[in-house]
Design a protein around this ligand. Sequence first.
Ligand code: UD1
Length: 424
Amino acid sequence: MDAFLVRGGGPLIGAVRVSGAKNSALKLLAAALLAPGRSVIRNVPDIADIAVMGKVLEHLGVGVDARDGVLTLDVGDEVGDETPAHLVSRLRASIVVLGPLLARRGHVRVATPGGCNLGNRAIDLHLSGLARMGAEISFGADYVEARTGGLAGADIELPYASVGATENLLMAAVTAAGTTRIGNAAREPEIVDLVAFLRRMGADVCGEGSDEIVVTGVGALRPADHTVVGDRIEAGTYAVAAALTGGTIAVDGVDPGHLRMVLSKLRAVGARVDERADGVTVSAQAGLRATDIVTLPYPGFPTDLGAQFLVLLSQAYGTSMLTENVFDARFSVLAELTRMGADISLESHHAVVRGPRTLSGAEVRATDLRAGAALVLAGLVADGEAVVHDAHHIDRGYTDFAARLRALGGDVRRVDVPVGAAVR
Ligand code: UD1
C-alpha cells in the first residue's frame, strides 16, 4: 500500500518551481525515435510516467541516460518496432510511438494502452489519420498494428481536436512524402513544444498553436537538444493550493499565457493573481465565491485541473457548476470528496458544488492522477488527518509532491506501507 498522509492546517506560503510538462516530455521522448543519433531533452520531470516511457524506449533499443532532469537518448540506426504490453499497460501515452515508429520502420505493433482510467479513451482518430497517410491497420485482442510501404502526405480533418491524435499524425508526417494538413488540430502548448523540437530536428511544420497544422515531409531528421516547456497543470495545482488554503504561492517556471482560462477562474473565485514573465503569484483570503467552469480543449479550461478546482469550489460561498466535456470518467473523485464532507451532486456531466462545507480527514483513494492530487489538496484544508491511498497515481505526474507541499508549510507525508500493516 502506498499513501499520502495529509493534515489540514494553515495557509501555504512560499515559492515553488514547476517541472517540465509531463504531457510534453512524454511526446518528446517518442519524437526522438525519428532520428538516429544523440538527442538531449532538458527540464524533464522526475515522475513515474517518464520512467516508464524511458523503459519503452530502452525496449526499442534506445540508450537512455537520466541525470538531474536531463535525458540523453542514444537512438541507433536500428530501432525496434514493438512495444511490450507490461509497459504500455502502465502508460497510455506510449501510444505516441505509433507515428514515429511507423515513419522510421514502416511497421509498428503497440500493445493496447493503459494509463489513467478515464473511461473509453479511444484511438480511432490516431488510426484513421494514419490510414489516410497510407498505413494499413490491423488489430489483435490486445494490440494494434500498422504497416506501410511508405507514408504519404494527406489532408486530414480531425472530427475532434484530440491531443494524442494530433501528435501521432504530426510525427508520422514529418518524413512522409509530400504535404500533410491536419485540420481541427489540437492547440495545446505541449503540441507547440513538440513542434519546436521537431523543427530543431529539421522538420518543416507551420501553424502549430492554431487549428491548422501543415507539415511538409523532409527526407530525414537529425537529433536535437531541447528544453521542455513548464507544466501548466502542475502550476495550476499549486495555484489552487494557494487559493484554497488562503495562502500566497509564487509559482515559477510556467508561462502565464498557458494558464489564461485557469487564472481567470482563480480571479472569478476571488483569488489575487499577479503574472510575471516566467510565473504567477496567487494569493487569497477567506470568502471565496462560487463560479462555473466548463472543461474544453485548449485554450479552454483544462480537464486535468477539473478535480483540483472541485476542491476549491467546495470551499467557496454559493453554488458552482463544473461541466466536464473531455473525458467521461473524470468524476470518480466525487465519491471520495463527498466522503470528506464536500456537497457535490452529479447531473449528467455537470458536477454541482454547494459550498462552503467543512471537510474532514478520511481514508480516500486516488482513482487517477489528478483526482489523487485533488484529494491531497482537500486534505490540506480538512479537519484531522486524511489518508489518500494509491499514491502511485500521484507519483505518475507530480515531482516530489509531498516534499514540495511541505516546503510551502503543508503537513504532507508520502508513505509506503506493506499490505495489512497500519499506515503509521
Ligand atoms: C492528453 C493528455 C491528458 C489530457 C488530454 C486532454 C497526455 C499524455 N495526456 O490526453 O492529460 O487530459 O490530452 O487535454 O498528453 N478521443 C477519441 N478518439 C481518439 C482520440 C481521443 O474519441 O482517437 C477522445 C478521448 O476518448 C477523450 C477525448 O477525445 O474523450 C480527448 O482525448 P485526447 O485529446 O486525445 O487526449 P489524450 O491525448 O488522450
